[in-house]
Design a protein around this ligand. Sequence first.
Ligand code: ATP
Length: 484
Amino acid sequence: MSDKKKKRGTEDLPLLQKIVALCKRRGFVFPSSEIYGGLRSAYDYGPLGVELKRNVMAEWWRSTVHEREDVVGIDASIIMSPRVWEASGHVGGFSDPLVDCKTCKARFRADKAPAVAPGTEVTYRSQGKTIKGIATRGYVCPECGSIDLSEERAFNLMFKTHYGPIESDDAIVYLRPETAQAMFVNFLNVQQTYRLRLPFGIAQQGKSFRNEITVEHFIFRSCEFEQMEMEFFCEPETSDTWLEYWRTERLNWYINLGCREENLRTRPHEKDELAHYSKACYDIEYRYPWGWDELEGVANRTDYDLGRHQAASGKKLAYFDPQKINPETGKPGLRFLPHVIEPAAGATRAVLMFLLDAYDEEPPSEGRKDGRVVLRLDPRLAPIKVAVLPLVKKDTELTGKARDIVKTFWSSSINAFYDEKDAIGRRYARQDEAGTPFCLTVDGQTKTDDTVTIRYRDDMRQERIKVAEAVEIVKEKVTASRRS
Ligand code: ATP
C-alpha cells in the first residue's frame, strides 16, 4: 500500500470510536434523525459541538479576513445559476469512479479502494468457498477483498433539485459542492466595490454538499459539510511564491491552534494526481487513526476558473492594472486574468481533527484513584471557557455568588457555564471531557474574602484568585496566542 494514496480498510479504530462515543455522551455530535434510525453520514451538532465548530470557523475568519488588509469576505447563495456549474466543469466532470462488488454487493469508490498491484495473486471468500485469482484492476473490494467487480461508472457528486414549481429539466439547480465558485463569479463585483488591487483574496465559509458514495470515518466525510475557502488573486508570475506562502500560513494556523506538529504534514500532489486546472497543489494532511489523510488543500488554480466563467458568461472578468505596461501598445494599462491560489479547508473535518488531537486519557495515579478523559483543546476553541461551580448546592449565598460571577463573564462575551449538579469531582470530570480549560469553585471562603479556586484543566493545579480579577485572568489565558 503506497503512502501517497491512502487506502482505507475496515480496521479497528479504537480512538475514533472513543471520539464518537464522547461526542454522543457529552453532546458534541449526534447522528442526524436518530429516532428514525438516522440518515447515513448525516450528523447534528449538539450544544458543545456547535460551539466548537463556531470557534474553529471564527478563528479562521479572524486570521484570514479580519487580521489582514488583503482579504475580504462574502456570503453567497448555496443555490447558484446552473450555468456556474456547467462553466466550472462540475456538471460534466465532478464525478467519482463507482464500482460494485459482485461478491459481497458493496459499492465503493475505485480511487479509495485498497491498492493491489496488477498481476498479484489474491485470495477471498465467496459463498463459503475460498477463491484465488489474479488482480487486474490495481485494487480490490474494500469489504471482502474480491476481484469480481463491475466496470467503473462515473457518478456525479452534485445534489440536484428543481427551482420553482415545475419539475422540468430547465428548472434543475444544484446545491453547491464547494464554496469557491461564488468568489470567482463575484470577482469583479468585490474588486470594484472595494477598490482592491492585486494581490487580494476573497473568503467564504459555509455549507457544501456532495453526494458522496463512500461516507466514512464519522464527520471526516459527509454529504453535507462546511468549508472555509479563500481565493487569493495574484499576478501570474507571483503565483508560485504565493502558493508557498499560503501553504506555510495554513499549516501554521493549525499548529498555532494547538494541533501537534508531528501529526501534520504537507504533501505535494504528484503530476497524475493534479486536477486538470491545477498547476500545483499541496494537501495539508493529518495523521488520523487510519493514517495520513487530507485536512485541507492548497492549490494553484491558475486563471482556469476566471477564464471559464468569462468564456461561458460572455462578461469580461479581466483585472485592469493602470501601471502595467501593455506589451502590444508599449503604454501603461494592461488587462489580464489574475491567477489564483486557493486554500480550501473543511470546517467540519477540522472539528474532527481538533477533537482527535486533543483527546487524552490519564490513568489513575497516586492521590487520584480514578483516571480521567480530558480534551486538551486550545482555550480559544474550547466550547465553554470557564465553568463556575458552587461547592454546595443548598447554600443559596454560594449559588447566588456563583451566578453573579457567571454573569460577569457573559457581559465580557466569555462563554461561562454554571453547574451545581453532583459532587465537585464529577463536575470537574464533565468539564474535562468537554475541554473546558478553567473551573472556578465558589466555597465558604468566598463569602469572607471574595476569592475562588481556579482549577486548570490540563494539570489540575488549583490556585486561589480574587473574584474581581477572574474575568481578566480567564480572558488573558483564552486569548493568549501560542505563537511566540
Ligand atoms: P477528498 O479527496 O477527501 O474527497 P477533495 O480533495 O475532493 O477531498 P476539496 O474539493 O479540495 O476536497 O475540498 C476542500 C476541503 O473540503 C477538503 O480538504 C476537506 O477538508 C473538505 N471536504 C471535502 N469533501 C468533504 C466531505 N465530503 N466531508 C467533509 N469535508 C469535506
